[in-house]
Design a protein around this ligand. Structure first.
Ligand SMILES: *[C@@H]1O[C@H](CO)[C@@H](O)[C@H](O)[C@H]1NC(C)=O
Ligand SMILES: *[C@@H]1O[C@H](CO)[C@@H](O)[C@H](O)[C@H]1NC(C)=O
Ligand SMILES: *[C@@H]1O[C@H](CO)[C@@H](O)[C@H](O)[C@H]1NC(C)=O
Ligand SMILES: *[C@@H]1O[C@H](CO)[C@@H](O)[C@H](O)[C@H]1NC(C)=O
Ligand SMILES: *[C@@H]1O[C@H](CO)[C@@H](O)[C@H](O)[C@H]1NC(C)=O
Ligand SMILES: *[C@@H]1O[C@H](CO)[C@@H](O)[C@H](O)[C@H]1NC(C)=O
Ligand SMILES: *[C@@H]1O[C@H](CO)[C@@H](O)[C@H](O)[C@H]1NC(C)=O
Ligand SMILES: *[C@@H]1O[C@H](CO)[C@@H](O)[C@H](O)[C@H]1NC(C)=O
Ligand SMILES: *[C@@H]1O[C@H](CO)[C@@H](O)[C@H](O)[C@H]1NC(C)=O
Ligand SMILES: CC(=O)N[C@H]1CO[C@H](CO)[C@@H](O)[C@@H]1O
Length: 883
């Protein structure tokens, strides 16, 4: 494993050509049982040593784990090659009782050279056909042939098309801070799972590998259509998932990486943030202005502005002093609102006491020679916490516990974790991160301290500028670093097409060490996962019974089990408004990270009134609904324009009506991974080939089809009375216009909805649904108040006059709620029955119900008159409903 280190550059072109000369492997010593198969793979000829050295001896492990899940792993016989530590992502191993004769997936192979194929038993179709195995010290390749123009989804994070391009496409995965979300480059997260659709049937392929990689999809005359994995290390650890419905693949994937974390009820309220709120007074003003504008603000956020010179775990003593922060938190909590602060992972060297403590305990990532690695971050020179160190948990949890202490610190309600790709502003080779920070003006000079602040009605009268000192928090823990390795981390021979042309741009360098002999070369894509896990545990240590709410920027496969995510630094563009729909379908339905949101109205650049209005309407159908802007962008709180305020009021009221419906849908996904949150159309209609290309419509929960306006406003000076028409696709199914109740028969073609104003968005209810709406949702100022409102049922019968729906109720916040109800609604031609389990006692009633589609003319109201019910939700009942 030591050749070719100094040949970079000159050798690259020549080397690339010789990939074709690699000999492949022969299989021998094959042992098969009912439910597994193992073999030895040995290099079948002369080494090619293209990107490092060929490994002579590999092992193959095949496990029929369940009837729908086949595990295939190719790894080095010595087991020295890096593998994802099970402490970070524990994927299932062992056979779990399926067998080669009962599995839906059939494994077959050739020995000389070794190739393998995966077939679907029921159709005999070959789903994966692996050839071209190369296994070198710094490069692993495997290719599968595919049918022409395959329908492939997943493999993110990305800003590319929803359905993957099938020719000349490279998807690099190497977590990377990438403002403006450039297409065809690495973005913040890595999720190496894809779903492929063939003739209405779906299957999934997950490669559990955290190394940087390129996944190429191409069609050439020589090789036909294929998908090819090119990783810079790790092993080939595949989970094949048989579907056959897309929703089955989602559940099967959850069976590998875990089901998503349940979120508290309040997290579905509306959130506001901006980078550039200059002091706690300005933050308070935003809270106040939202309330004056009658727009229900649920949670207020503060970006790194609150830190003293951008140093994590500090407060700016003049602009965000502790006692004012505490008053703000008290105010918010008294009004049933929440507060969240951003936390970055590195410790500033200028934060001398905390830095010394962490350094002494050995908690930082290190150079090979044992010196602490120093990056340049928002605070200037800073060292990243090494979360592999077993003492990092104590340290991190201690920081969370003391800094966010409800009595003596800032009692936040969740954590926003950023820069965890991890990011580094010091360009390689960075000899002096301190100097780079000084030259780069980092941290920037803080804004002038205000000398007079107007008092805000409702806030303490002395909500006035302070003069006192900041508070620093101390820490405890121990740590150690060991290990060397023979690979060329600094100049790897194969470099994924990240967009930078190198792996050391904008991040902690690949040669930097982590505890237990890990190097960032292998663990880079897991840095965020570790920060997420430690933050979640820290939040649990602090408030043990409450569901921890975390929003991260970077992530890896499986992190949805612990965190939510926002899609990072998008821009205030129409293209990014549309892109959010694609990203949310990917994260929610394919990557199992359904608490997903995009900065509403856009982060970078200045938004416009009409874009922000459309985005306020779209954002209400995001699982995580937050308006956020950059420091260099104009203010864009919803109350800044009357048109946007009106859009937001309607959007939030509608979201509130549907909040328990969505809470129920989200809960279902946390139980078994069912894709019930943001759902692509082809998941719902797998046999309708037209749905395979639909990128900008989605289901919000199983019954609500959202079809946002997809064309940019024609006029920059539009007013609330202006409108546009929207063209949308309706599958062959019965729908109802959510707003008018009118029946709309889908025929598998496009329809046009006219007069979609800036305070409107086309929404349809799928026939066959019963939806429990919170009544008077427009009168609730927070989700806490909403939870006291009664319900009313919206009934959308199918063509047989039948409909069903469900409602999950619990206390909305406990990690393991002691009481919950799973209530089923069944409607059959006017007869409604309510049954289920009723563990959660509530005084909320179902006060009334109405049926959709009693008229099919647009001009008249399509709803039936209300049937008054006034029935409780603590036991089953039946009722007759007027139609
Ligand atoms: C599998 O791939 C090989 C090329 O590697 C090709 O010759 C063969 O036809 C493929 N088989 C199927 C069933 O796709
Ligand atoms: C796809 O194949 C073409 C033709 O061989 C080649 O020029 C191109 O580089 C390939 N693209 C990728 C992403 O591999
Ligand atoms: C709050 O509203 C007042 C009155 O419209 C305005 O002057 C002020 O700039 C607003 N402040 C913020 C931070 O939105
Ligand atoms: C919402 O209304 C309730 C009840 O009137 C009140 O206690 C609470 O402070 C209000 N919250 C906000 C954010 O206005
Ligand atoms: C941080 O510390 C370095 C080294 O001691 C020093 O040069 C730099 O001026 C400090 N920066 C700030 C903002 O205090
Ligand atoms: C360790 O290596 C780094 C990077 O090459 C270098 O900056 C640092 O000075 C070295 N430390 C020691 C103690 O040699
Ligand atoms: C680190 O661990 C190694 C082996 O476990 C040990 O020899 C060494 O003394 C430790 N170093 C520190 C600084 O604790
Ligand atoms: C946003 O608009 C302001 C003026 O309203 C301007 O100063 C600023 O440069 C603009 N920002 C961007 C990113 O275009
Ligand atoms: C509720 O009623 C429906 C329809 O009668 C039935 O399918 C379902 O099993 C019932 N559920 C419970 C929990 O009783
Ligand atoms: C009710 C309404 O606003 N109708 C308008 C819908 O759009 C068409 C074409 O733009 C107008 O002619 C209607 O007046």
């Amino acid at each position: 494993m030591r050749g070719g280190y100094f040949l970079l550059g000159l050798a690259t072109a020549a080397a690339a050509a010789s990939v074709d000369s690699c000999p492949g492997y022969n299989a021998g010593a094959i042992l098969s049982s009912r439910s597994s198969l193992t073999a030895d793979l040995s290099l079948a000829g002369d080494v090619c040593n293209v990107y490092g050295d060929d490994l002579d001896n590999l092992r193959l492990l095949v496990e029929y784990q369940t009837d729908s899940r086949l595990h295939v792993k190719i790894y080095d016989a010595d087991e020295q090659v890096y593998q994802i530590p099970s402490s970070v992502l524990e994927t299932p191993s062992g056979q779990h009782g399926s067998s080669s004769s009962s599995s839906d997936l059939v494994f077959s192979y050739t020995t000389n050279p070794f190739t393998f194929a995966i077939q679907r038993r029921s159709t005999q179709e070959t789903l994966f056909n692996a050839s071209g195995l190369i296994f070198e010290s710094q490069y692993v390749r495997l290719r599968t042939s595919l049918p022409e123009n395959p329908n492939i989804y997943g493999l993110g994070e990305d800003s590319d098309s929803f359905k993957r391009q099938t020719v000349d496409y490279t998807r690099p995965l190497w977590n990377r801070g990438a403002a403006f979300l450039p297409p065809l480059q690495s973005l913040y997260s890595s999720h190496p799972i894809y779903i492929e659709m063939r003739d209405g049937q779906a299957h999934g392929v997950f490669l559990s590998n955290s190394n940087g990689m390129d996944i190429k999809i191409n069609k050439t005359t020589q090789d036909g259509q294929y998908l090819e994995y090119n990783t810079i290390g790790g092993v080939l650890d595949f989970y094949f998932l048989s579907g056959p419905a897309p929703a089955d693949v989602a559940r099967q994937y959850a069976g590998v990486v875990g089901t998503p974390a349940e979120q508290s009820y309040w997290t579905y309220g509306f959130h506001q943030c901006k980078y550039g709120y200059e002091d706690v007074m300005m933050v308070a003003e935003v809270v106040y202005n939202y309330s004056q504008a009658n727009i229900p603000l649920e949670t207020m956020w503060t970006d790194i502005d609150y830190m003293d010179l951008r140093r994590p775990w500090t407060l700016d003593p003049e602009r965000f002093p502790l006692h004012k922060m505490q008053e703000l938190v008290t105010y918010l909590h008294d009004h049933q609102q929440q507060y969240i602060l951003m936390v970055d992972p590195p410790i500033s060297i200028n934060d001398t006491s905390l830095y010394a403590t962490a350094k002494e305990k050995g908690l930082f990532m290190k150079w090979d020679n044992g010196s602490d690695f120093v990056a340049t971050m928002w605070s200037g020179a800073a060292s990243y916490v090494d979360f592999f160190n077993p003492n990092a948990m104590d340290f991190w949890s201690g920081q969370i516990g003391s800094f966010f202490d409800d009595e003596s610190g800032v009692g936040v309600d969740g954590m926003w974790i950023d820069m965890n790709e991890p990011a580094n502003f010091c360009t390689y080779p960075c000899s002096n991160p301190i100097q780079i920070a000084i030259e780069g003006g980092i941290p920037p000079a803080p804004p002038a301290v205000r000398t007079t602040w107007d008092s805000l009605p409702g806030f303490p009268a002395d909500f006035q500028p302070p003069s006192t000192s900041s508070r620093r928090l101390s820490t405890r823990s121990t740590g150690n670093m060991t290990g060397l390795s023979g690979r060329n981390f600094a100049n790897p021979p194969y470099i994924p097409a990240t967009g930078d042309g190198t792996l050391n741009a904008g991040t902690v360098y690949p040669e930097v060490r982590q505890y237990d002999d890990y190097t960032m070369y292998d663990t880079h894509n897991l840095y965020a996962s570790q920060m997420i896990a430690h933050s979640r545990q820290g939040l649990l240590d602090r408030r043990s019974s409450e569901r921890p709410f975390i929003i991260t920027r970077s992530s890896f496969a499986g992190d949805g089990a612990k965190t939510g995510k926002w899609t990072g630094d998008n821009a205030s563009t129409w293209a990014n408004y549309l892109l959010s729909i694609v990203q949310h379908m990917e994260f929610a339905s394919i990557f199992q990270m359904p608490m997903i949101g995009t900065d509403v109205c856009g982060f970078n650049d200045n938004t416009t009134e009409t874009l922000c209005a459309r985005w306020a309407m779209l954002g209400a159908w995001y699982p995580f609904y937050r308006n956020h802007a950059d420091i260099s962008s104009n203010f864009q709180e919803f109350y800044r324009w009357p048109l946007v305020a009106a859009a937001a009021q309607k959007a939030i009221a509608t979201r509130f009506q549907l909040l328990d419906y969505f809470y129920t849908a989200f809960h279902q996904q946390t139980v078994d991974g069912s894709p019930t949150t943001i759902i692509p159309l082809f998941f719902q209609y797998p046999n309708d080939a037209n749905t395979l290309d639909i990128s900008y419509q989605f289901f919000f929960g199983p019954s609500i089809l959202v079809s946002p306006v997809t064309e940019e406003s024609p006029s920059a000076t539009a007013t609330a009375t202006d409108s546009q028409s929207a063209t949308l696709y309706l599958p062959d199914d019965l729908f109802y216009d959510f707003w008018t109740g009118e029946k709309v028969v889908g025929t598998g073609s496009q329809i046009t909805v006219d007069n979609v104003t800036y305070t409107d968005i086309p929404v349809h209810v799928r026939g066959g649904s019963v939806i429990a709406l919170r009544s008077d949702a427009d009168k609730a100022n927070t989700t806490a108040q909403l939870r006291t409102h009664d319900f009313e049922l919206l009934i959308a019968p199918d063509t047989n006059g039948q409909a069903t729906g469900s409602l999950y109720l619990d206390d909305g916040k406990s990690v393991n709620p002691s009481f919950s109800s799973e209530i089923g609604f069944t409607f059959d031609n006017g007869q409604l029955s309510v049954n289920g389990t009723f563990g959660f006692q509530t005084s909320c009633q179902v006060i009334r119900a109405r049926v959709m589609g009693t008229s099919s003319t647009k001009s008249s109201n399509g709803f039936s008159s209300y049937t008054t019910l006034k029935k409780g939700l603590n036991e089953g009942w039946e009722a007759k409903i007027n139609q």
